[in-house]
Ligand binder design. Structure first.
Ligand code: G3P
Ligand code: CA
Length: 263
């Protein structure tokens, strides 16, 4: 008898599309979400910031320079900080051509547009980026998740996690929305004390793969939390992370990880 897919995949790490399928499609665009769904990602990760007029948008860098044509459209507005532009201005920008000409016309999505593109097709890993630049963004995020139907449905289905490198900010968000699971991002190796303290309120510890070892995975699991590692783009790293027993692998190439987990 053939082994059912669900059984074969039991215990396998979640396939998490980093900024969407950002290895092959411009990051944090709706095209990147659609490609991640086609690649059968379990989860789509994004980065959230806020416009001058208070809209939540999906963009990684705190300036628009790298991933849009903002320098050409608004040459006098250096350094092109996201928070200095209105949504209408940002919607004029091309967020695809920098990656490849075939993606010309892609736009910076709002959080709501991004959520509707994901829908119930995958889980959502939301990362408010540099929230210290956007006072009160935790309230904006909370309002959006509680009022927009696609997010309300995702919350009911336990399909949303919010993560951040800014741990005090994330703690504040958690106090506002204690029912939403949260993950602490670490760029350096979390110590046993970090992990123990995180367990008092967080659900996930999400470190850079390159800074951890198998003992870190065991420590996180020993505290009853999940561990999701980033950004793993090569097969050897994916196999190592899987063998260590991580709960999720965040990658620019979800199709590569999906194929590897099937073997
Ligand atoms: O999901 C983890 C990862 O996204 C954190 O790094 O810089 O890509 O947002 P960054
Ligand atoms: Ca991110």
């Amino acid at each position: 008898l053939a082994v059912p897919v669900a059984t074969a995949a039991a215990g396998a790490p979640a396939v998490i599309a980093h900024r969407g399928s950002s290895g092959v499609v411009p990051e944090n665009t709706l095209a990147a979400v659609r490609q991640a769904v086609r690649h059968r990602a379990d989860v789509v990760e994004n980065d959230i910031q806020r416009t001058k007029d208070g809209e939540l948008v999906i963009v990684h860098d705190t300036t628009l320079a790298r991933t849009t044509d903002v320098e050409a459209v608004f040459p006098e507005r250096a350094p092109w900080n996201v928070g200095d532009f209105t949504l209408a201005e940002i919607k004029r920008l091309d967020a695809g051509s920098w990656f490849a000409p075939e993606f010309a016309g892609e736009r910076v999505p709002t959080l709501r547009e991004w959520g509707e593109a994901v829908g119930a097709r995958a889980k959502m890993l939301l990362e408010p980026k540099a929230p210290e630049l956007y006072p009160g963004i935790e309230k904006d995020l909370d309002r959006e998740l509680r009022t927009v139907p696609v997010f309300r449905a995702a919350l009911r289905g336990e399909r949303i996690v919010v993560q951040s490198f800014n741990h005090p900010w994330l703690r504040g968000y958690h106090e506002l929305a204690p029912e939403v699971p949260v993950g602490l991002l670490f760029g350096t190796k979390p110590t046993a004390t970090d992990i123990e303290q995180a367990a008092a309120w967080a659900d996930q510890v999400n470190p850079a793969f390159k800074v951890i070892d198998e003992a870190t995975v065991d420590l996180v699991h020993g505290q009853g939390m999940e561990i999701h590692v980033w950004t793993v783009n090569d097969g050897q790293g994916m196999r190592t992370a899987r063998n260590w027993g991580v709960d999720g692998i965040i990658t620019n190439y979800p199709q590569v990880l999906r194929d590897l987990l099937r073997d």
